[in-house]
Each structure stands twice: as structure tokens, then as C-alpha cells.
Design a protein around this ligand. Structure first.
Ligand SMILES: [Zn+2]
Length: 258
């Protein structure tokens, strides 16, 4: 269901939206355009290829967010009430196109099945890694890694800043750690950024944070133009763009590990 690579440093990186697999049973019910999985957080594992060097734990989903969105609560409470969002088992893409040929495919039995098969195992593993790292260090930082097309008119106007840091308005992570991340971004100077702009952190960031117990969480939503060519349907990884961003991300992690 997911890849789990254990490290022993204080950071755990979660990648809930990198999965590109679909259960066989879903495929016949899906529209052709949706089978291209346009809303995947493409190539994050390539971008963050330095995690092992930093002894960082990583958990990365194998299955698409179209099966079940691991960054939504199991009871599907909206992350941004009043705003347009995609839910626990999305029925349409970010561009508003239907994922399924017939909406009736997604009934309560199907939903429970997907939760049990995909959602709970990922979250059990993540919770267990948080407990393991906390037992070693007394505190832990969950870095929920995401990326999104730079322009998605359904969710935001215009072009997204390149680095979008979400801590639910400063409540999920010690501000000192965020300051360290921001210092690295500011001293680099090449990337636009925002703290708690359009993206304030999803379910993982909100659910696991317990500052009084030393559990810090932060979401980093990266605009895809920062490391990819976004012009095609399935965006292409651009190593020329990715390399300086890798260096920056690694420096941000090293800064908060120190
Ligand atoms: Zn994502």
C-alpha cells in the first residue's frame, strides 16, 4: 500500500499523494482522462532523493488519491468549509471533470472498503513512526510533502507562490522551527513563498500535531513549476530546475535538525 523507509532522525516525511496505482476493480468505471491521474503530486520522491542521507523516515503512498485521499479525515470533514475542495473519495478532478463514468460506483460499501484497505494502513504506519521517533528524541517533526500545478483556477486565483508552508495559522509547529525553514528560504532568495496562504495544511498536518507532546507538523506544498515542466498533461520532471530546489529543501531540513 505504501513504501516505508525508516530513519532515526527527528523528521518524518509523509507523501500521501504520490501514488499512481489503481485497484483493478476501479479501472473499468473510470473515465479515460482520469486514468492519467492528473492530480498526482508528481515526482516528489525524485525531488526529495536526499532523505536517506539525512536519516529521515519516509512514508509514501502507492495508490492514487482518486482511490482514497490520505490527506482527508476518514469522516470526510471539509478542510476549508465554504471553499471548493476535493473530498475523501474524489468524484471529480481538480479541473472539475468527472472521474467516473457513473457516479453510482462510489457507494458506502465501496467507501468502507477503500478506507480499510488503503487509508487506515497508511495512518497506522504514520502514527507508529511518530511514536517511534518521539521515543528516540522526545520530539518529532512530520513534514507532509505535496506539490500542485502552479495554476488551478478551481482552488485559487492566479499563480501559486513556489513554496507554500502550512501550519494551520501557526498552530501545528513550533514557530522557531518555521523560522529556521524561512531563514533558509529567505537567504537563498530565489523562491517565492507564503506561510499559511491558500494552503494551511491538510488532515495530516492538523490531526497529528500535538505541540504539548513535542509532535510538530508542517505541510509544504510546492508549485510544480519549481521542479517540472508543467506544459504537458503528465508534467515532466526537470532536473535542471529540481537540483537547486533539492539543495534548498535539504538545507531547510538540516537547519531544523540542528
Ligand atoms: Zn498533495
Amino acid at each position: 500500500m505504501f513504501t516505508l523507509r525508516r530513519g532515526n532522525s527527528k523528521i518524518i516525511v509523509s507523501m500521501p499523494h504520490v501514488g499512481t496505482q489503481l485497484p483493478e476493480s476501479m479501472i473499468p468505471y473510470m473515465r479515460k482522462a482520469a486514468l492519467n491521474l492528473p492530480d498526482t503530486d508528481w515526482y516528489l520522491e525524485d525531488l526529495y532523493d536526499f532523505l536517506e542521507d539525512l536519516n529521515v523516515t519516509v512514508i509514501a503512498a502507492h495508490y492514487s488519491r482518486y482511490v482514497v485521499d490520505l490527506n482527508r479525515s476518514a469522516d470526510d470533514i471539509s478542510l476549508y468549509p465554504g471553499s471548493d475542495v476535493t473530498g475523501l473519495c474524489p468524484t471529480d478532478t481538480f479541473s472539475g471533470k468527472s472521474i467516473y463514468k457513473q457516479e453510482t460506483h462510489l457507494n458506502t460499501t465501496e467507501l468502507k472498503c477503500r478506507l480499510n484497505q488503503f487509508w487506515y494502513p497508511y495512518h497506522r504506519a504514520l502514527a507508529s513512526e511518530i511514536a517511534r521517533i518521539k521515543a528516540i528524541h522526545g520530539n518529532v517533526i512530520v513534514w507532509d510533502a505535496h506539490s500542485i500545478r502552479s495554476e488551478v483556477p478551481r482552488f485559487f486565483n492566479g499563480e501559486l507562490p513556489q513554496l507554500n508552508i502550512g501550519t494551520l495559522d501557526g498552530t501545528t509547529c513550533q514557530q522557531g522551527l518555521i523560522e529556521k525553514m524561512l531563514d533558509v528560504i529567505k537567504s537563498n532568495g530565489d523562491y517565492s513563498w507564503v506561510e499559511n496562504g491558500r494552503f494551511k495544511g491538510g488532515f495530516i498536518t492538523r490531526h497529528y500535531s500535538q505541540l504539548s507532546l513535542g509532535i510538530n507538523t508542517v505541510q509544504l506544498e510546492i508549485a510544480m513549476r519549481s521542479y517540472m515542466d508543467e506544459s504537458s498533461l503528465k508534467p515532466n520532471f526537470d532536473n535542471h530546475k529540481a537540483q537547486p530546489l533539492r539543495v534548498l529543501l535539504k538545507a531547510m531540513m538540516q537547519s531544523i535538525l540542528n
